[in-house]
Design a protein around this ligand. Sequence first.
Ligand SMILES: [Zn+2]
Length: 424
Amino acid sequence: EVQYKASSLFLDEGATKDQFISRSNLISHETAHMWFGDLVTMKWFNDVWMKEVFANFMADKVTEKLMGTSTFDLKFLQDHYPAAYGIDRTRGANPIRQQLDNLQEAGSMYGNIIYHKAPIMMRQLEQLMGEENFQNGIREYLNSYAYGNATWNDLISILNKFSSTDLLAWNRVWVNQPGRPVFQYKIIYNGNKIKQFRITQQAESGDDRVWPQAFKVKAFYSNTSKEVTVNMKGKSVDMDQFIGMEKPEFILFNSDGKGYGIFPFQQISLDSIIKRGNALERASAYINAYENVLSENSLTPLALLSLYSKGLMVEENEMNLRLLTGYISNLYWTFLSKNERDKYNPLLEAQLWEAMEKQVLPNHKKVLFTGYQNVYLSQAATANIHKIWKSKSAPSGVKLTEDDFTAMALSLALRTDTVNSVLQ
Ligand SMILES: [Zn+2]
């Protein structure tokens, strides 16, 4: 039996495209449970995540068709990777699959790893096996365990028969253990031509593990580019497709955003990708830059903040604007010292305001106005926000709701010297 909330199923005339997509997603998710959950049920509660991940995986297939692959890929990247990395980069990260001895602790298993790393793992699993092998494996699994119970390991042993990769080893690293790999590369040139291009991976934690996975690498030239799929099954892979090619201007690793881990990053290439990459490539580069800064590989938080601010000026994608303003506010409040913050603040306020004025679409303007409200500190900016709040007149082209004005009052109240005038 499936029960739906009427308002998400019976949409009114003014329903947006997003609402139609959510409705299809919801129906697909619940329908998928007839196979994953009902026809085959988990053996014990440590595998409850399995049916949810499968239902989301199937629903995503429908969403991808409705949204178009490029929008879907961008949304998938932004929905899942930063949240999964947020846990997986820490020492206390949990694996996707955990032991559950006491049912009372079932609730503690649910978190960003199950909600966000598991979907990434599923997509990599399908890529690794190939769509057809994956489908055949799932069919055999459903037939073998119909009207019965099965564990995740039962599924993996069946899929393993359809895979050319050792899925048991794959499963140990991706599902039974936490963590992620760090990728490095080395190019040897012969004159101006590539003689060897090797990518290697190692565990961020330093132990001896590899994450078999596929992702793309794109080399940019002055007016062309070459993108190649990397099928990384072991510690290293030679990118023979690039042999003999000229030295590129810059290289974007994980250009399709499907790879999981920390990829090589150069300050100069982020600058160029902001100008030359598509929306998915830019998002992948923004996310990877942030992970590099946090793992202290190269850039300082302040340097990344200024790169992101430049991105604001040219970024044309709403999802990417949200990602950037989120990262900016995070770097600004969490990673800058008070001195750095005070020093950088006037420029950042000015950049956010200028970017907001430059954007044409109301939604884009609003994302940037919210970004401005998240970081403002100066007296001039405080007076500016106070005036907008008091007169209830939004900046030109920005639509503000009653809730937005309430949030503005809160942000003003948090700036001490205005607290009295707002609360009066
Ligand atoms: Zn469900």
